[in-house]
Design a binder for this molecule. Structure first.
Ligand code: SAM
Length: 164
């Protein structure tokens, strides 16, 4: 895909997802978008050249995701359970509550511990998520705020798991 086409895809993202996409490290080669929803972000990251796994946890939303992302690796299942350790460099967890994100990361220590980075965009309880991450041995490398409409959204780049 050419540079101009890629930029057009990027500008189509709403501000919240554009900030999530911008937090994905430029050197990244693979990513899982966990809870990919309508697949907008996964499509954008694939257009950027990343190998993308897009997941959903319920059959109806998974079926919609497969239709939205023909040809992409879509998986049905809970959180990080659909991934093997080391299969992707990083994950995106966006549009969920901070407690849900913490639960998903905590539930799969082997997969989480093998990640180079996580991009997290909690809809609520961002500070509690940050406190949980730090207590669990993760490092917050970058924190951004995206404004969309009347809301602002926290976007975190997290690395360096020290527990495993
Ligand atoms: C509000 S949507 C956000 C979609 C997209 N990530 C975004 O930011 O626009 C949250 C999505 O996460 C999915 N989800 C929630 N918990 C999940 C889990 N434990 N494992 C996989 N998907 C999950 C939901 O089905 C839903 O599609």
């Amino acid at each position: 895909m050419s540079g101009p086409e890629l930029r057009r895809l990027a500008t189509r993202l709403p501000a919240r997802l554009a900030a999530v996409a911008a937090a994905v490290p430029g050197r990244a080669r693979s990513v899982a978008d966990v809870g990919a929803g309508d697949g907008q972000l996964a499509r954008h990251l694939a257009a950027r050249g990343l190998r993308v796994v897009a997941t959903e946890r319920r059959p109806p939303s998974y079926a919609r995701l497969r239709v939205a992302l023909p040809g992409l690796d879509c998986r049905l299942g809970e959180g990080l359970e659909v991934l093997r350790p080391g299969e992707v460099e990083g994950v995106v967890l966006a549009g969920m509550g901070g407690h849900s994100i913490a639960r998903i990361v905590d539930a799969s220590p082997a997969v989480a511990g093998a990640l180079d980075w996580l991009v997290l965009q909690p809809q609520q309880h961002a500070d509690r998520l940050v406190a949980w991450l730090e207590a669990a041995g993760w490092r917050i490398d970058a924190r951004d705020i995206a404004v969309q409409g009347r809301r602002s959204y926290t976007v975190l780049l997290v690395t360096g798991h020290e527990r495993s």
